[in-house]
Design a binder for this molecule. Structure first.
Ligand SMILES: [Zn+2]
Length: 547
């Protein structure tokens, strides 16, 4: 006996066999029971979700003389005739018959009465593939359909159907089949076929078929045809020509590590093991999406998946860059005759992009260290550096001062400052220093030495205000304490980590050496409008009093 593909063998024969389209099936059944038949239906939905199967069931059922709860009885005169000769149920694949001629032929024949059945039914699959001329011809038929004709149009791309056609059809949307229903269907087929396939494998088939019942059953068919009883997940990925998720993760890691040699070897493996490079690109895109979600949300994935995605060392910027490159690659590959070549070039490009970004961060740090060293040398030579932008310069000043206050820290000095801190209260009503006094009273001094003070504020924005008024505050402190301290401030989080590092360094006998000051920072900082704005936001127009 000839082998019948599982998908044909288990194609639903009546409405109750249809998997996962309950609403559509109920409405269609009721329209048959109540004899409210339209002359044009449009079935819209992803491939393999049962559009054509339902169209055929509907065609048989609507012709049955004695239908039972909406389904064809299979026994009446018409059911028997249709079974012998379904000449009145006409299937057209618009993907291969997209010419105007075919539709014209429908128009010329549509007026003829059905040969055996009540209704002549035209099922036009992939109807979006019709040419404009063919759509116009079809429209003329739909405008005045003979009472014995029913059109069922099926499409996966409803946006390509002209509105004039849409408006003349009763529309049904077919959904992707949910995992539970699909799993149950596969389990049922295994039982009927007397094949023992593990639940894990069935679940993987469900996952890979992405809601398409036909794809799932076809894949099950291929799995069943493998000689061994113990099918492995790898074998399934091989059948599909795709990579397991672990392998995609592995490849993405190679990209992020700039290991070109092992990347080229991996691509060689993909090709030699028959992997479809288009699918690899698709899989990388899906993985990048998952990594981005995992980095942004905590509980979107199951714990083990979440951990796997988080282990990939890519920033959101990198993910975005790679996604754009992969989309470009996908487009280019469709035009290319040498996909492998293209894939390899883009692979190297991706690897460079990711690792350039990483080196950029690295070089920033390195440059700062170099600048720092250079600055020290320049200080010794009594030269001044001016060509550094304010932001970096300021960060550097911050690092130097924190370093210096720690290097010279003195407990007695801190005690003295804190004892006298209350005196700041006296300046709250002072015309010149009232704002600065208020600011300082909302923070505290955490480290002090004879030349340096480090302030700490709970509120980050107060740190910014402080930093934008360094000179003024130094002058003010000079008036109170008789010493013009060099000052710096941090927020409480920064302070906690500085303190920790300091304690660890002390334990390990790592000392702090005084670094030379930057002279021109404060002048430059005055021009920093960002700080001025923050000051204005907090102090209002009285900011003039401070600066
Ligand atoms: Zn019947």
């Amino acid at each position: 006996m000839a082998y019948i593909a599982l998908y044909r063998k288990y194609r639903p024969q009546n409405f109750d066999d249809v998997v996962g389209q309950n609403v559509t099936v109920e409405i269609l059944k009721n329209s048959i029971i109540n004899n409210k038949i339209s002359h044009a239906y449009l079935f819209n939905g992803p491939r393999g979700t049962g559009k054509t199967s339902v169209a055929k069931i509907f065609a048989r059922s609507v012709n049955c003389l004695n239908n039972k709860n909406g389904d064809a009885c299979g026994k009446c005169e018409l059911c028997k005739k249709i079974k012998e000769n379904d000449v009145d149920i006409i299937e057209i694949d618009a993907a291969s018959n997209n010419g105007v001629e075919e539709i014209r032929e429908i128009r010329s024949k549509v007026k003829l009465l059905p040969t055996v059945a009540k209704y002549k039914i035209y099922i036009i699959d992939e109807v979006h593939m019709l040419s404009t001329g063919a759509f116009n011809a079809l429209l003329k038929t739909l405008e005045e359909p003979p009472s014995h004709v029913i059109f069922i149009l099926a499409t996966t791309e409803i946006h390509k159907i002209p509105l004039t056609i849409l408006s003349r059809c009763q529309r049904f949307d077919f959904n992707k089949v949910n995992s539970e229903e699909m799993f149950a269907k596969l389990k049922q087929i295994c039982k009927l076929e007397k094949k023992n396939i593990s639940d894990d494998i069935l679940k993987l088939i469900v996952k890979l078929s992405d809601g398409g019942c036909r794809d799932a059953i076809n894949l099950l068919d291929q799995v069943m045809s493998l000689s061994s009883d113990d099918v492995t997940e790898d074998e399934i990925y091989n059948i599909q020509g795709i990579l397991s998720e672990d392998k995609v993760i592995n490849f993405l890691e190679i990209i992020s590590q700039n290991d070109i040699i092992s990347g080229m070897r991996t691509i060689d493996n993909f090709v030699n093991s028959g992997k479809n490079l288009n699918s690899v690109v698709e899989q990388l895109l899906v993985l990048l999406r998952n990594v981005a979600i995992a980095k942004s949300v905590d509980n979107f994935f199951q714990k083990d998946s979440q951990l796997k995605y988080l282990s990939i060392d890519l920033s959101l910027d990198n993910i975005k860059a790679l996604t754009n490159i992969l989309i470009e690659l996908e487009n280019q590959m469709n035009k290319s005759i040498n996909q492998r070549n293209l894939f390899e070039i883009y692979y190297i490009y991706m690897s460079n992009i990711v690792n350039d970004c990483k080196s950029a961060v690295f070089y920033d740090t390195l440059n700062q260290i170099k600048f720092n060293e250079g600055k020290m040398k320049n200080e010794l030579n009594n030269t001044t550096i001016c060509d550094v932008n304010t932001g970096d310069n300021f960060d550097l000043l911050k690092k130097i001062r924190i370093n210096n206050v720690l290097a010279t820290a003195n407990k007695e000095e801190l005690l003295k400052i804190n004892n006298d801190y209350e005196r700041i209260n006296d300046f709250i009503a002072n015309k010149v220093y009232n704002n600065i006094a208020t600011l300082l009273l909302s923070g505290k001094v955490v480290v002090a030495s004879s030349n340096y003070l480090l302030f700490c504020f709970d509120d980050k924005s107060l740190v910014q205000v402080f930093l934008s008024n360094l000179e003024k505050i130094e002058k003010f402190l000079g008036e109170i304490y008789g010493t013009e301290y060099k000052i710096m401030s941090v927020d409480s989080n920064e302070w906690a980590s500085i303190k920790n590092k300091f304690i660890i360094n002390k334990k390990n006998n790592v000392g702090y050496e005084i670094m030379p000051e930057l002279e021109n920072v404060q002048n430059q900082n005055k021009k920093n409008t960002k700080f001025e704005n923050i000051t204005k936001n907090i102090f209002g127009d009285e900011v003039e009093n401070i600066n």
